[in-house]
Design a protein around this ligand. Sequence first.
Ligand SMILES: [Zn+2]
Length: 316
Amino acid sequence: MREVKFILATLLTILIVSARVSSGQNVPLNVLATTTIVADVAQNVAGDLFTVQSLLPPNTDIHAYEPTINDARRISGVDLILAVGAGYESFLTSLIENVGENIPVAVMNSGLELRALGRDIHAPEAAISDHKLACEAQGNCDPHTWMDPAYVIGWVNNIVEAFSAADPANARVYRANGDAYIIELEALDAEITEMIEQIPAARRILITNHEFLNYFADRYGFEVAGTVLPGVSTGGEPDPRSMAALIALIREAGVPAIFAEVSANPQLAETVAQEAGVQVITNLYSESLSDAEGDAPTYLDLMRHNAQAIAAALEG
Ligand SMILES: [Zn+2]
C-alpha cells in the first residue's frame, strides 16, 4: 500500500511538472538569430534568461550564404527567429518553408525608416529624402541599419516586444535589460561622434567595397561617394566603365582610402586602389562579428573598431 501511494505521488509530481512546462512558465525561450550581430544585440535583452544562438557563424558573409541541411535542422523547433529583414536574408523564407513549421520571425528593421541603396553620387542633397521614401515601394532598401547605433535602439525595442510576446511572464525583465543596453548604445553613439570630430569635414568622404556604410555616413556626416561593387550584395560585378569612373572620382576627390570588409574578397577593391594610388582598409566588420579573440567580438566592439579605423585613415 505504501508502495502504491509512493507511485501515485510520483505520478502526480510528473503531471504537475509537465503541466508547468506546457504552460510555458519559466521555460527558457529557444531563439535563433540569423547573424552574430543580431544574436549579440538580442543576448543583451535576454540577459541570463537564455542564450541566443546565431544561424551563421562569426566571420561569415551572409551575401554569399547558401543554407545547409544542418541549418534546416537548427531552425526546426525554435520558438522565434530574429532576422534583419529588408531582403537581407534572401534564403530565410524558403528555408523555413522547407522545414514546414510555423516559426515566428521577428524583423529587426520593422517600423524603422529605411534608406535606399545606390544613391546617385551626383544627386543633389535635396534628393536624399525622396530617395528614402521610395525604397519600400521599389524593394531596394538598404538593410545595413546596424551601422547606426540609433537604429539598433529600434532593434532593441523590437526584440523586447518579440520576447515579451513569446514569454509574457518575463516581459519586465526584457524591458529592463533592453533599457540598460540602450544606455550603452547612446554612450557608443556619443563616443563615435567624438572620434569623427577629429576628421576635417572636407575629408569625410567614404569609398566602400560594397554598400555597407550608408547609415553610418548618414549618422556621422559622411558622404558615400562611390562603391566598388554595385548593389546591396558583395556578389555583384562592376563593369569596366564604372570602375574607370570610380578611379577618376577617387583621384578627383583626393580620397585616401577604400574601405572593405573582413568577410569579403578585397581583390577588386585592391585593383581600383592600385590604379587610383590609394590604400585599401580591409579590416572593417560589416555582416558579422569576429570570434572571441578578434577585434569585434560584440556589436559595441565592432562599431568602435570600424569608427577608429575610419578616423585613422581619414584624419590626415
Ligand atoms: Zn552587406
